[in-house]
Design a protein around this ligand. Structure first.
Ligand SMILES: *Cc1c(COP(=O)(O)O)cnc(C)c1O
Length: 454
């Protein structure tokens, strides 16, 4: 699709709608001439060049990429109206779109019933899930793995509940025996399972966590902010297929969070929280004398902790899902390419004499480190830092990676014989979340080899 063409169609459609109302004069205080904007626009666009090229296959670093053009057209067109999805009074059209996309997300996870909404981010979505969890299990703690996103600990602090990290197994998954022991103490009301950790991209065994939690009458929340859309590959065919068990179990858990602004092709901020029991809505009850006046229908603000939210975010996701629906044949194809890119890259690294795979990728995050002599954590940390800086400094053919700080214990469990001369080391981490990474896997690997050679 031609971005400029559909952007102008969007602008024209909104102008056409505006012209259906009586004409009026814009206030002179708002007037900006083309000459005025021209005088600052050059500086503005020049300043934006100070960015890493998230769109390009040479950017193989953090969890970042631009939105799909359909999301851009959806967002900007709706933004010209600027609806507020807090209430049907603020954005009836986009509030309906939000309900539709949330139902599509619920369908993707196989939820038979749901109550949910979009949020500004995964952090806020998780906060909402933990807030409802606290209301249902007052005075009890929340357990999550040591590899869970850092915001779970922070949000437990915000909510005034005890957050307890649980150890992980040799692959970085929540340790089930340790979880069972912790739940037996009776201190825990809710367990968070992560379906796709942010660091290594590891999937906690949600099905086994669920079984243990139910035995102890404990609630289960799934943080699938990063990994959630990978459920589209569960039980599929081909190399990219994923083991079904943890993904199918999500439909039996109490709540789940997924970030369309990560793998759903959306701009920031677009997260989502879904509760299996629509009764969770009662914990949001509040009086708002200034809203909810246009209809008795449920307003999204009545089931959300945030007040104002961009209706444009819902519009962007709605338009994207019309074209690339959250199905195995739609968005699933995008994710399959990302996963194959990770598998290919891992194979090449495995066969390399200069690089070592930290552990096999489960989704699209590949972590690796350079071979050093001597093999020690300090040497690996230095060499990883040099590869990161060297890749970005190469003007002719730059490559952008990211690093992951790994504790000495994490190394000891996976790579014996590396001297632990400090308490951890940085390794390299590439989130291959653009489908183009598949056709660039060999090229990226060749660049990594050259960087490792120094
Ligand atoms: C990114 C991420 C979050 C936080 O989401 P934001 O949208 O960045 O606030 C939470 N959990 C996991 C597993 C994540 O990957």
């Amino acid at each position: 699709m031609d971005l400029q063409r559909w952007l102008s169609r969007g602008v024209a459609a909104i102008e056409d709608w505006q012209e259906s109302f009586a004409p009026f004069e814009r206030d002179p205080s708002l007037r900006v001439s083309d000459e005025q904007i021209a005088s600052v626009f050059e500086d503005f666009t020049q300043r934006l060049r100070e960015n890493y090229p998230f769109f390009h296959p040479s950017y193989a670093g953090q969890m970042l990429k631009p939105p799909h053009p359909a999301a851009v057209v959806g967002y900007l067109t709706a933004m010209l109206v600027n609806p507020n999805n807090h209430a049907l009074d603020g954005g009836p059209a986009t509030a309906r779109m939000e309900k539709e996309v949330v139902a599509q997300l619920a369908g993707m996870f196989g939820l038979a019933t749901h109550l949910g909404h979009l949020t500004t981010s995964g952090t806020i979505a998780n906060l909402e899930a933990l807030y409802v969890a606290r209301e249902l299990h007052p005075g009890s703690g929340v357990a999550y793995s040591e590899e869970a996103h850092y915001t779970h600990g922070r949000m437990c602090g915000v909510l005034g509940v005890e957050g307890i990290p649980v150890g992980v197994d040799a692959a970085g998954r929540l340790d089930l025996a340790a979880l069972d022991d912790l739940l037996a103490t009776g201190r825990i009301g809710t367990v968070v399972a992560t379906a796709g950790t942010t660091g290594l991209g590891v999937i906690d065994p949600v099905h086994e966590v669920l079984a243990i939690a139910r035995r102890h009458r404990v609630r289960v929340h799934v943080d699938a902010a990063y990994g959630g859309f990978y459920t589209l590959l569960a039980g599929g065919e081909g190399r990219a297929a994923l083991d079904e068990a943890p993904w199918r179990a999500i439909s039996g858990c109490d709540s789940v969070v997924v970030d369309p602004h990560k793998h759903g092709l959306q701009p920031y901020g677009c997260g989502a929280v879904l509760f299996r029991d629509p009764g969770a809505g009662r914990f949001y009850r509040h009086d708002s004398p200034y809203t909810y006046f246009t209809s008795d229908e449920l307003h999204l603000g009545e089931i959300s902790l945030e007040c104002s939210r961009a209706g444009a975010a819902a519009a962007a996701l709605w338009l994207t899902f019309q074209l690339l629906p959250p199905t195995p044949g739609g968005l699933g194809q995008v994710l399959a390419a990302c996963r194959r890119a990770a598998l290919d890259t891992a194979e090449l690294i495995d066969a390399s004499g200069r690089l070592v795979l930290f552990q096999p990728p489960e989704l699209d995050i590949v972590c690796y480190f350079p071979v050093t002599s001597p093999p020690s954590l300090s040497a690996i940390d230095d060499a990883s830092g040099r590869m990161l800086a060297g890749g970005m400094a190469d003007r002719a053919d730059p490559v952008f990676l990211s690093t992951l700080q790994v504790p000495a214990s994490g190394f000891a469990r996976r790579h014996a014989g590396i001297a632990a001369d400090r308490d951890g080391a940085r390794i390299l981490r590439s989130v291959l979340m653009k489908p183009e990474a598949e056709s660039h896997a060999a090229g990226l690997h060749a660049r990594l080899e050259r960087l490792a050679a120094g």
